[in-house]
Write a protein that binds this ligand. Structure first.
Ligand code: XIL
Length: 911
C-alpha cells in the first residue's frame, strides 16, 4: 500500500474558495502566459521566504546564462516566493519551474506550493507539485495545475524543500493560465423569473414545448407550461451561466404543479454544465418532490458549482409524459452555515481502529464548505460516479478522465486517499461494451474474446492514466471495487445465484476471475475488493460468501470483501454483524486474509425494505416510516449508534468505512428511484450540520429521546427446503425458521403456519411466517417453499396385450383384449393409484375401454419379488380397417414416485 502522504501545514485545502467575492467564470479564453522568467536580467519579483536568500547566479543555468540561487534556508517552508496577486486573478493555471541542486549535494526533494489567504480568511498552503525528487546531476521540472476562486489577500507561489537547509537553483519559471471573468464586487447575479411578462429567458429542452400560460399561477397571473415531454430529462430550461461561480453555493427555488388531469409525478431541478466537449448533469441537492395537479409544490435546494464551465443551464425534469407548470423560480447566493467545531469522524473512528474513513463525492464537494467538511471529517473519498465505466470510457477507446482527475487533484492537494469505484459493473456501463455493431454479444468463444479484450482495455486504460499521473507510484488510490453487484437478490439458476448481467451472460462466472486477474496485473499495489449491496441479508450473504470461497479456491487475487450497507433503519444491525463475522470465518477457514470495507453506507428512514437495486424501475417504491422528520432523525441516531457498535466489534478486519454522500441533500436516496424528500441517510443535514446519526457514531449520550418504535420485525428470505418423500403421503420435514430480527428487540422466533416436523405432501407447500415485536408492530409475512419430491423409483412395470401387437376383430362385434401385466419392485400393483387407459393414435375411430371389474391379480407371487395381474379391454369396431392405440399402465410406488409402462396395440377389423 502507498505511503500516506503527509502534506505540510495545517490547512492544505487548496481548492477551497474562501468566503467573499466570487466571480462568474468567463467563456473559455485562450490560456495566456502571465509570468515567465529565466532570471537572465534579475530576480523578476522572486524573493527569499523566511531566512532564505535569493540571487541571480551564473554557476548553473538550464537555459541562457543564469538561474536563481536559493540559499540560507533554515526551515522547510523557506525558499523562493513570488507575489502573484497582480497578475493571477481567480482562474485555472499551470505553474512550472526547473530545479537543480548544487554540485556535490546528491539528491533531495523540492516542492512547489502556493500560499493563499482568502480575503478575511486564514492562510492555506496549496500543493502544486509535492516532494519531487531532484539532484545535482541535472534539471528537474516541477509543475502542476492550480486553480482558485474568490478574492485573496495573499497569493504566493513558492519553491520549498522538506529538507530544511538544502540549497537549490531555480530556472525557467512560467505561469500559464486562464483567468476567470473580471470580478464584480458582491456576488453572482441572482435570477428571478415569474413569467408575468413572457418566458423571461426560459426555453424548451429536447422535444418539450413550453409556453407562458395564465390558466394558473403560483403568484401573479402567469406561469410556464411544459408539455410534450417524451423523456424524463425534457422540460423547461434557462441559461444560468452568469448565476453560478465555482465554489459559490446558490439556493434554487422552483414552484411546480402538474397540469390538470396529470395525477402525480416526481419532479426535480437539475443543472447541466458544459465545458469544452464535456457535459455533466447534476441534481440540485434537495430540490426534488412528488408533485400533484392539486397544489403548487416547492422544489428547493442548494447547488455549488465544482468546476469551471463554459455555460450552464437550470432545468426541471421528471417522469416522462407528465405536463407541468413552473413559477417563481429563483437562483440566489446562499450563505451556508459554517462547518461546526465538533470532533472529526476520521479522528474518532481512526482511534477506534478504522484505517480509512471516507465519503462518496463529486466535484461539487471539492470546493467551498463541502470541501471543508470532507477534509475535516474524512481521510478518504470514493468517486460517487466519476470512476464508473460510462464516465471514464463513454465510447470505445475514448477515455475521459476530466472528472476523475478533478477528484484526484483534490485528493493530492489535501492528502486524501481514494477508493476506486468501479472497474466492472452491469449498471452505468455503456451498451457498446456488450455489442458488436448492432448485434448483442453471445457466449460464443469469439464474442467472449471481444468482451475479455474490452475488460482488459478498460482496466489498462485507467491504469495507464494513473501511472502517468503518478510515475513515482504514489497514487492516492489505495483500493478498487473490481466487480460490483454480481450476486442476484434471491434464487436463480446461476452458480452462487449470480446476477444474470450481460457480463455473466457472455463470460459466465469467469468474468469475475478475469476482472480480478487483470486488476491485479494493472494495479499491483491496490487492494482489490468485490462489492455488493444487501450482503447483510442472510440468503444473499450465503451466496456472496459461496462465490468468494470459490474465488479463493481458484486462487483469484482478491484482497477484500465490500459491503455497501445501503440499509434502512428497520433492518436488524445484527445481520450486518453476522455478515462481517461470516467473512472473518471464511478467511480463517481458507487461510486467505480478507480485508473488509463498508463501501456505501447510508440508512434510509423509509418503511420499505427495497435495498439498492439500481435496475429497479423509477416508480415510487418508498414512503416515510415516521410522520415527523425529527422522530425519524432521532431513531436514525440510535441505528447509527448500534451499527457502529457492530463495526467496532469487527474493526480488526474492517479496513474502511465510507458514507455514501456528504450530506442528506446530496444523498442519492433523495431522488432514487423517485423523489423521497424525507430521507436523512447521512451524518450531516442539508446545510452540512451534524445530525443525530453523527452523534450516534461519536457520542450517543447526546442523542435525543428515542421516539416510539414503529418498525416491524424483518423476516429474511429463505431458500426452498428440499426433501424426499418417505411414502405416498409425502414426508415429515424439519426446517429452521427464516431468520427474523427486529431493530429494537433483536432476534425473534417467527410463527409459521405449517410447523417444522409436520407431514408435507409431495409437491410444493408454501410456508408463511409472521412475527410481532414488543411494541406490537407486525412483520410483513415471510414465505418459503418446502418442496417434497419422491426418490428415483426402482419399480418397473411391464405389460403385454393378447400375446402380440396385432389383434384380429370383426366389424360390429365386440372385441375383447386381455392385458397381462406385472410389477417388479416396491408398491402394490392393484392399489388405489392403479390406472389403465388407451389413447387412439391411428385408424377409424373406435373406443377401447377397461371392462368394469375385470382387473384381478393372478398367481400368488407377491411383493417385493413382483406381482402379476390382468385386465380386459373391450371395444366394438364399426368400420373395416386397422385402429391403433397406445395403452398406458400407471401407478405410484410405495415412496410416492409415479411409474408407467406404455404398449402399442393395433386392431385389424375385417368384415
Ligand atoms: C449511485 C449514485 O449515488 C447516483 O448518483 C447514481 O445516479 C446512481 O448510482 N450502488 C453503487 C453505487 O455501487 O455506484 C450507486 O451510486 C448506488 C448503489
Amino acid at each position: 500500500m502507498r505511503q500516506r502522504r503527509l502534506v505540510g501545514g495545517a490547512a492544505m485545502l487548496g481548492l477551497v474558495a474562501g468566503a467573499g467575492v466570487v466571480a462568474a467564470p468567463a467563456a473559455a479564453a485562450a490560456p495566456t502566459t502571465v509570468h515567465s522568467t529565466g532570471f537572465e536580467t534579475g530576480t523578476d519579483g522572486w524573493f527569499g521566504r523566511g531566512d532564505a536568500a535569493v540571487a541571480v547566479s551564473t554557476d548553473e543555468a538550464r537555459t541562457g546564462e543564469a538561474s536563481l540561487a536559493v540559499t540560507g534556508r533554515s526551515q522547510n517552508w523557506h525558499g523562493a516566493g513570488l507575489d502573484a496577486r497582480p497578475f493571477m486573478p481567480a482562474g485555472q493555471y499551470t505553474i512550472e519551474g526547473w530545479v537543480k541542486l548544487p554540485a556535490g549535494a546528491g539528491s533531495d526533494q523540492v516542492s512547489l506550493s502556493v500560499a493563499r489567504t482568502p480575503e478575511g480568511g486564514a492562510a492555506s498552503y496549496d500543493s502544486v507539485a509535492y516532494q519531487v525528487a531532484v539532484s545535482d546531476g541535472g534539471w528537474t521540472k516541477l509543475s502542476g495545475s492550480y486553480e482558485f476562486a474568490g478574492g485573496v489577500s495573499q497569493l504566493e507561489p513558492y519553491f520549498e524543500s522538506p529538507d530544511a537547509t538544502q540549497d537549490f537553483f531555480l530556472d525557467d519559471v512560467t505561469i500559464v493560465g486562464e483567468a476567470a471573468a473580471p470580478q464584480e464586487p458582491g456576488t453572482v447575479a441572482p435570477l428571478a423569473t415569474d413569467f408575468e411578462d413572457g418566458l423571461q429567458g426560459w426555453g424548451p429542452r429536447g422535444d418539450a414545448l413550453v409556453e407562458r400560460t395564465t390558466s394558473d399561477a403560483h403568484s401573479g397571473s402567469a406561469s410556464l407550461l411544459a408539455t410534450n415531454r417524451l423523456q424524463n430529462w425534457q422540460g423547461p430550461a434557462i441559461d444560468v451561466t452568469r448565476n453560478l461561480a465555482v465554489g459559490q453555493t446558490v439556493q434554487v427555488t422552483v414552484w411546480a404543479k402538474l397540469a390538470p388531469g396529470q395525477g402525480s409525478a416526481s419532479l426535480r431541478a437539475s443543472i447541466q454544465r458544459d465545458r469544452g466537449t464535456q457535459t455533466n448533469y447534476e441534481n440540485i441537492g434537495g430540490a426534488s418532490a412528488v408533485v400533484t395537479d392539486a397544489e403548487w409544490t416547492r422544489l428547493r435546494g442548494t447547488y455549488t458549482l465544482g468546476a469551471p464551465i463554459d455555460s450552464a443551464q437550470l432545468y426541471v425534469e421528471g417522469d416522462a409524459g407528465k405536463s407541468f407548470l413552473i413559477d417563481d423560480v429563483t437562483v440566489a447566493p446562499f450563505a451556508e452555515t459554517p462547518i461546526q467545531d465538533v470532533p472529526a469522524l476520521q479522528d474518532v473512528l481512526g482511534a477506534q481502529g478504522f484505517e480509512h474513513v471516507g465519503v462518496a463525492i463529486d466535484s461539487r464537494e471539492t470546493v467551498g464548505r463541502a470541501a471543508q467538511l470532507v477534509t475535516k471529517h474524512y481521510g478518504a473519498i470514493t468517486p460517487e460516479n466519476d470512476g464508473k465505466p460510462e464516465v471514464v470510457q463513454p465510447t470505445e477507446g475514448t477515455f475521459d478522465f476530466t472528472n476523475l482527475d478533478r477528484l484526484l487533484d483534490f485528493a493530492d492537494a489535501t492528502g486524501t486517499d481514494v477508493y476506486g469505484h468501479v472497474l466492472a459493473w452491469h449498471s452505468q456501463t455503456p451498451a457498446w461494451f456488450f455489442r458488436d455493431g448492432d448485434r448483442n454479444l453471445t457466449s460464443s468463444p469469439a464474442d467472449q474474446a471481444i468482451l475479455r479484450a474490452r475488460l482488459e482495455a478498460h482496466i489498462k486504460g485507467i491504469a495507464d492514466h494513473i501511472d502517468a499521473r503518478y510515475p513515482d507510484g504514489d497514487s492516492p488510490i489505495w483500493a478498487w471495487d473490481v466487480v460490483n453487484e454480481v450476486i442476484a437478490d434471491g434464487d436463480n439458476a446461476n452458480p452462487h445465484d449470480m446476477r444474470d448481467s450481460r457480463w455473466f451472460q457472455v463470460l459466465g462466472e469467469q468474468f469475475v476471475d478475469e476482472a480480478f486477474r487483470l486488476a491485479d496485473r494493472y494495479f499491483p499495489e491496490a487492494e482489490l475488493f468485490i462489492n455488493d449491496y444487501n450482503t447483510e441479508m442472510p440468503e444473499k450473504r450465503a451466496d456472496y460468501l459461496d462465490l468468494v470461497r470459490s474465488l479463493i479456491q481458484r486462487d483469484v487475487p482478491i484482497d477484500g470483501v465490500g459491503h455497501q450497507v445501503h440499509v434502512d433503519f428497520a433492518r436488524p444491525v445484527e445481520w450486518v454483524g453476522d455478515s462481517l463475522a461470516g467473512v472473518e470465518r471464511l478467511s480463517a477457514e481458507t487461510g486467505r486474509p480478507l480485508l473488509q470495507a463498508i463501501t456505501e453506507l447510508d440508512v434510509s428512514d423509509s418503511k420499505e425494505n427495497n435495498g439498492a437495486d439500481v435496475s429497479n424501475g423509477t416508480v415510487p417504491q418508498h414512503s416515510p416510516a415516521y410522520a415527523d422528520d425529527a422522530d425519524a432523525a432521532a431513531e436514525l441516531g440510535y441505528y447509527w449508534r448500534d451499527l457502529f457498535e457492530v463495526f467496532r466489534d469487527h474493526s480488526d478486519s474492517l479496513e474502511s468505512v465510507t458514507v455514501w454522500g456528504i450530506s442528506n441533500a446530496r444523498s442519492w436516496l433523495r431522488t432514487w428511484p423517485a423523489a423521497r424528500p424525507w430521507e436523512q441517510p447521512t451524518p450531516f443535514d442539508d446545510d452540512l450540520q451534524v445530525t443525530p446519526a453523527y452523534w450516534g457514531i461519536v457520542d450517543p449520550s447526546r442523542l435525543p429521546a428515542r421516539p416510539a418504535d414503529v418498525s416491524p420485525p424483518r423476516i429474511a428470505a429463505k431458500d426452498p427446503v428440499l426433501a424426499t418423500s418417505t411414502g405416498v403421503t409425502g414426508a415429515e420435514v424439519t426446517y429452521t425458521p427464516p431468520v427474523t430480527g427486529d431493530t429494537r428487540d433483536g432476534a425473534i422466533v417467527p410463527t409459521c403456519d405449517t410447523q417444522s416436523g409436520a407431514l408435507f405432501p409431495i409437491g410444493t407447500t408454501t410456508v408463511t411466517c409472521t412475527a410481532t415485536d414488543r411494541a406490537g408492530n407486525v412483520a410483513t409475512p415471510g414465505r418459503f417453499d418446502v418442496v417434497v419430491t419422491p426418490p428415483a423409483t426402482t419399480t418397473r412395470l411391464y405389460q403385454q396385450i393378447n400375446n402380440g401387437p396385432v389383434v384380429r376383430a370383426n366389424a360390429k362385434q365386440t372385441v375383447q383384449l386381455v392385458v397381462q401385466f406385472g410389477n417388479r419392485g416396491k408398491g402394490v400393483l392393484l392399489g388405489d393409484t392403479f390406472q389403465y387407459s388407451c389413447t387412439q393414435t391411428a385408424g377409424a375411430p373406435m373406443s377401447l375401454e377397461l371392462a368394469p371389474g375385470s382387473a384381478r391379480q393372478v398367481g400368488n407371487r407377491d411383493y417385493p419379488a413382483g406381482q402379476n395381474a390382468n385386465v380386459t379391454l373391450r371395444g366394438t369396431p364399426t368400420q373395416v380397417g386397422t385402429a391403433s392405440f397406445d395403452c398406458t399402465l400407471s401407478m405410484t410406488d410405495a415412496l410416492g414416485a409415479p411409474v408407467t409402462a406404455t404398449t402399442s396395440v393395433t386392431i385389424d377389423v375385417r368384415k
